[in-house]
Design a protein. Structure first.
Length: 104
């Protein structure tokens, strides 16, 4: 009879510890991880040509959102270039893409 209450308490303890661990660690821990997530999404949406915008740069905003941007290619002397770069916003806590756009 005493075994059931102990089992229930043990289960509640494990659930509580797991929930605390998930909330204390961000899903996207660093810039390299944010860039990896963004690159996969950029390729899915814009195709392989988006990789010409490397290096991608990631910045953490307010400890909750990673903003990842492509780098505009350097123009050759005397050549005017137009366009924009890919940009992704990623929730640092759950790894979900908030927004993905490409400038023009």
């Amino acid at each position: 009879m005493i075994l059931k209450p102990l089992s229930i308490l043990s289960l509640l303890f494990v659930i509580g510890v797991s929930k605390t661990d998930l909330n204390s660690k961000p899903c996207v821990a660093d810039a390299n991880q944010a860039i990896g997530i963004a690159e996969k999404e950029f390729i899915r949406v814009y195709g392989e040509q988006v990789m010409k915008e490397k290096p991608f740069v990631a910045t953490l905003v307010k400890d909750t959102v990673w903003v990842v941007k492509g780098t505009f290619p350097k123009a050759k002397p005397g050549v005017v270039t137009f366009g924009g770069v890919a940009r992704a916003e990623i929730n640092a806590n759950n790894c979900k893409i908030i927004k993905i756009i490409h400038g023009k």
